[in-house]
Design a binder for this molecule. Sequence first.
Ligand code: ZN
Ligand code: ZN
Length: 194
Amino acid sequence: MLLDISRLRTGVVDVNRQYAPEAFADLKDDFRVVGPTGVAGTVRRERGAAVILQARVTSSMEVTCSRCLEPFTVAVGADVETRFVPPADFARVTAETAVKAGAVETGESQPSAEDQVIGLAEYRDGSIDLGEVVREQLYLALPMKPLCREDCKGLCAVCGVNRNREHCECQQEWVDPRMAVLAEWKSRNEKTKG
Ligand SMILES: [Zn+2]
Ligand SMILES: [Zn+2]
């Protein structure tokens, strides 16, 4: 999934890559890529060794619902804009970016168009690893608490059925154990009285 940028000199070059889900089969995580994954946009050389990738990343991944434990699909669509620099420049550019951001924050300088670029990453051996770009977006798109639907009813805590699909007669509300003891005592009391 490498994008060769070693011959990129001036101008803007289109990037249009499609990957089958199998390309991400090695990801051992809470999700699985299930649909075609695309990276579409442009790449251009900035002054010096820096290269800017501006692209839309699309994919779809299967995650597990945190309530009913059923798998469902999440669509991924994200715009990325990242400046790639060779490893030798990475530390320097990171420091410069921080200084500039600080100056903009304190009002000492105006943000230039170039500063609007959000991401900063490294490229190696004259290539950008688009697989890495995609993986980052997959992780960012991963919901903190995945829900197959907003009103997922989850699993019955008593009998374990999926309450979205099946109805059960189990008592669902949580009973405070102290209240349960009191209720039991009351009903026993009533029985002795009766
Ligand atoms: Zn669910
Ligand atoms: Zn039940």
